[in-house]
Design a protein around this ligand. Structure first.
Ligand SMILES: Cc1cc2nc3c(=O)[nH]c(=O)nc-3n(C[C@H](O)[C@H](O)[C@H](O)COP(=O)(O)O)c2cc1C
Ligand SMILES: Nc1ncnc2c1ncn2[C@@H]1O[C@H](COP(=O)(O)OP(=O)(O)OP(=O)(O)O)[C@@H](O)[C@H]1O
Length: 139
């Protein structure tokens, strides 16, 4: 069994998320997902949807075997239990593949890190774009 792990905020689900998760799932036999904690989303505006609700939506997807809330303190902590063989990184996730693989090996959690490309264009395949459209119409 090859276990794949994907991570992200997944605020306001859209087909770009579905594409990312199905490409990640296709890399192995089962897909685990770590949902970013509200307190850790500091690289962009705070999520609209609270973490428990983001978790519920991702966990309900057909491609996802198990979704959990991440750690608030240490991104490597949940990996000790999940023990993924492959980690799927999104096209815009700010991690460097070789550096992340090195950090994982250092902690006794070796995994192959694979970058998933951007999906083909779709009108609102980005949380930021959805929020902008809502503000344009209702703001
Ligand atoms: C291997 C790995 C483990 C992660 N674990 C956590 C975690 O435990 N808690 C958390 O809040 N974020 C964790 N993250 C970070 C986020 O889930 C996410 O990658 C980050 O917020 C940037 O992606 P985004 O732009 O989709 O939010 C982890 C990321 C990676 C690559
Ligand atoms: N259109 C897309 N194609 C492929 N992957 C995507 C797409 N949209 C999001 N993803 C991936 O899904 C994961 C979670 O996405 P995230 O929560 O950052 O949403 P987002 O729509 O990219 O948000 P924002 O618009 O605020 O950047 C990330 O790893 C991201 O790379």
């Amino acid at each position: 069994m090859t276990r794949v792990l994907a991570t992200g905020t997944f605020d306001i689900l859209h087909p770009g998320h579905v594409y990312f998760l199905s490409q990640a799932r296709a890399l192995g036999d089962e897909l685990f997902v770590i949902i970013a904690r509200d307190s850790n989303v500091t690289h962009k505006p705070k999520p609209i949807i609270p973490e428990e609700q983001r978790l519920e939506m991702v966990d309900a997807l057909r491609t996802v075997d198990k979704a959990i809330l991440g750690s608030e303190k240490d991104i490597f902590e949940p990996l000790k239990e999940i023990r993924p063989d492959i980690i799927a990184l999104g096209y815009d996730q700010h991690f460097e593949i070789e550096l992340l693989e090195k950090e994982l090996t250092k902690r006794g959690l070796p995994a192959k890190v694979v970058r998933i490309p951007l999906s083909k264009e779709c009108p609102l395949c980005s949380t930021g774009a959805i929020i902008k459209e809502v503000l344009k119409r209702y703001g």
